[in-house]
Design a protein around this ligand. Structure first.
Ligand code: NAI
Length: 273
């Protein structure tokens, strides 16, 4: 269904790795709603080549950028401005990577060099993107920036490991920069806290299958699928949500406000006949 909610809008989408990626689905949804796009990912991810399929589907150029490299980000915004013949109306930050998780380090035994990289890639990268745009004045008035996060920022999910700290930092950057960019240019910045979703990053979390099953049982509406997350992103990029900023918005089928559900109780203690 298309209502052309993003007609005339131009956006940069970070983080489409393969067709399971939330960013991939969001790019498709934004394109269907009339947006013009630039796709970007880390050079190592581009070498997989998958993104070219998406680029063709949404008629967008692909510009490589390691989100921890300020020169790459500057080039990305310069080339996007050329491509769009002006500024950007929206940005999706859909990036996450934990070196300690990847290398099997327990939270109590973090390697701090890896931890620094995790926080840089997964959280401070939002600051880097916003700062680059700020210095180049690359985001248009009433522009919208969305970053993806997870409820482990507020509550403990032990296997989420150092990514819990990364998400807490990411959400804080969204608030703090949201204030600055709101005052300066009415640019809004929000995070969407998404249900567990089967993607490359998601499946890296230990015990992911049990995790996703538990969340499904705990959510009155069930886990929110990636396609629905893409639709939520579209709404936040559209003019229908112009006064929403500095928020962490739960997109989780009601998980975050459910104490316990009958489905979970029944799975622990089946009802007696
Ligand atoms: P994904 O693995 O498809 O996407 C992660 C992306 O981050 C990849 O495209 C990867 O290339 C990119 N990336 C990693 N290092 C980078 C770097 N240095 N520079 C630029 N890009 C880099 O997985 P998914 O799930 O679509 O992840 C997107 C976002 O959604 C992440 O922030 C993730 O934490 C978040 N999220 C995911 C959930 C899940 O269960 N899958 C739940 C809640 C939030």
């Amino acid at each position: 269904m298309s209502n052309n909610l993003l007609a005339g809008k131009k956006g940069i989408i970070f983080g489409a790795l393969d067709e399971k990626s939330i960013a991939w689905k969001t790019a498709l949804a934004c394109h269907a709603q009339g947006a013009q796009l630039v796709l970007t990912n880390a050079p190592v991810a581009l070498r997989m080549g998958e993104i070219n399929k998406l680029a063709e589907a949404v008629q967008a150029p692909v510009i490589g950028a390691d989100v921890t490299n300020m020169d790459d980000l500057k080039k990305l915004f310069e080339e996007s401005q050329k491509q769009f013949n002006g500024g950007v109306d929206f940005v999706l930050h859909s990036i996450g990577m934990s070196l300690n998780v990847r290398k099997g380090k327990h939270y109590t035994e973090l390697d701090y060099e890896w931890n620094k990289k995790t926080l840089d890639i997964s959280a401070m990268s939002l600051h880097r993107v916003l700062r680059t745009a700020w210095e180049m004045d690359a985001i248009n008035e009433w522009g919208s920036v969305v970053a993806l996060t997870y409820i482990a920022a507020q509550r403990v999910f032990p296997d989420y490991n150092e990514m819990a700290d990364a998400k807490a930092l990411l959400e804080s950057v969204a608030r703090s920069f949201g204030y600055q960019y709101g005052v300066k240019k009415k640019v809004r910045i929000n995070t969407i806290s998404q249900s567990p979703t089967r993607t490359t990053a998601g499946s890296g979390v230990k015990g992911f299958d049990a995790f996703i099953d538990y969340a499904e049982k705990m959510s009155p509406l069930g886990n929110a699928p990636a396609e629905a997350c893409a639709d939520y992103c579209v709404s936040l990029f559209s003019d229908l949500t112009r006064y929403v900023t500095m928020q962490n918005l739960f997109h989780d089928g009601g998980f975050s406000l459910t104490g316990v559900s009958e489905a979970v109780i029944n799975s622990i203690m089946p009802p007696s006949e």
